[in-house]
Ligand binder design. Structure first.
Ligand SMILES: Nc1nc2c(ncn2[C@@H]2O[C@H](COP(=O)(O)OP(=O)(O)OP(=O)(O)O)[C@@H](O)[C@H]2O)c(=O)[nH]1
Length: 303
């Protein structure tokens, strides 16, 4: 069946025309950057971004802020962040969208990645704050997932889920300067051991743990080397291409799922029955399975 192209929005036609031919793959790197609030993400991006533009790259920083979905606020769009980089002609910083569901926000981010590629940005960083599902969503859109952690122990890192550490291709211990060098070394050693115990996601890449300081600049050039090494190794093995293909499929299905669910929940005749069915399930009058069957049957019988 052919795609009903006439039904696509003109903007979607434009996005479709931006399909990146595979020979260009080698010069574009998407990387997700995540870490708890205060980990030093914006200070790092400012330093790292300037280093990259000085080396002739064009960099785009896209922010995903899950808190904006519920509060309407835009933590990451704050103009005081990355002041110098935002003035750099070879850098483009897109603040987080200020409203919408996580699905909607991540969809626009996904499409913004395509637009940035089409616009000639060869490095795209997607930044998230380490709370909730957004890091997982972002990890599913990027070539490489980088986790930034401050040199702090236990309590401060409580919000970081074990699952997200498993997603990391690179763990970066930030603020490794002055009095913080010793704790940073200790955390680095802890994560090196922890990563050995985790299931490996790639057959060719073993996640690394690197210490950096955005104040002294130490480790940042090495971190960039590690990112490029990741890309080369993943490209040479074919894993990067496969990963991108899988991501495209996952995104298509995520969007279908989200749309169908929305359609189901808002369908006249179903919408009114949902609260009633929920109450019956809560009171034990109906089993969840039976309630779902009844609602789905009613939905399917709609013209
Ligand atoms: N010593 C030291 N402090 C740093 C370094 N990088 C950031 N900081 C400090 O850590 C604090 C948090 O840094 P940010 O860059 O704002 O952290 P963030 O992760 O972007 O924080 P959110 O905006 O809350 O998500 C600031 O006071 C920075 O000055 C570093 O390399 N060394």
């Amino acid at each position: 069946m052919s795609i009903p192209t006439l039904l696509l929005h003109p903007y979607q036609h434009f996005l479709n025309s931006l399909r990146i031919p595979s020979p260009r793959l080698h010069c574009i790197l998407h990387s997700g950057l995540s870490g708890p609030p205060g980990a030093g993400k914006s200070t790092f991006i400012e330093y790292f971004g300037k280093m990259l533009t000085e080396r002739g790259h064009r960099l785009s920083v896209l922010a995903v802020d899950p808190s904006s979905c519920t509060s309407g606020g835009s933590l990451l769009g704050d103009k005081t962040r990355m002041i110098e980089l935002s003035r750099d002609m070879n850098a483009y910083i897109r603040p987080s969208p200020t409203s919408g569901t996580l699905g909607g926000v991540t969809r626009t981010t996904n499409e913004a990645i395509l637009l940035c590629e089409g616009g000639g940005y060869d490095i795209i960083l997607i930044e998230t704050v380490g709370v909730g599902q957004s890091e997982f969503a972002v990890a599913d859109m990027v070539d490489m997932f980088v986790l930034l952690l401050p040199p702090a122990g236990g309590d401060e890192l409580q919000g970081i889920k074990r699952g997200i550490i498993e997603m990391a291709d690179l763990v970066v211990i930030t603020k490794s300067d002055g009095d913080l060098v010793v704790p940073a070394r200790r955390i680095q050693a802890e994560y090196v051991s922890a990563l050995k115990l985790l299931r490996r996601r790639s057959g060719v890449w073993r996640p690394k743990v690197i210490r950096i300081s955005a104040r002294s600049g130490e480790g940042i050039s090495e971190m960039w080397d590690a990112m490029r090494e990741f890309q080369q190794v993943m490209l040479a093995s074919g894993e990067l291409t496969t990963k991108r293909q899988k991501q495209q499929r996952v995104w298509m299905w995520n969007l279908i799922q989200e749309n169908i669910l929305e359609h189901f929940k808002t369908q006249p005749g179903i919408r009114e029955q949902i609260p009633l069915m929920e109450r019956k399930v809560l009171s034990g009058a109906l089993s969840p399975g039976l309630a779902a069957d009844l609602l789905l049957k009613a939905f399917k019988s709609k013209p």
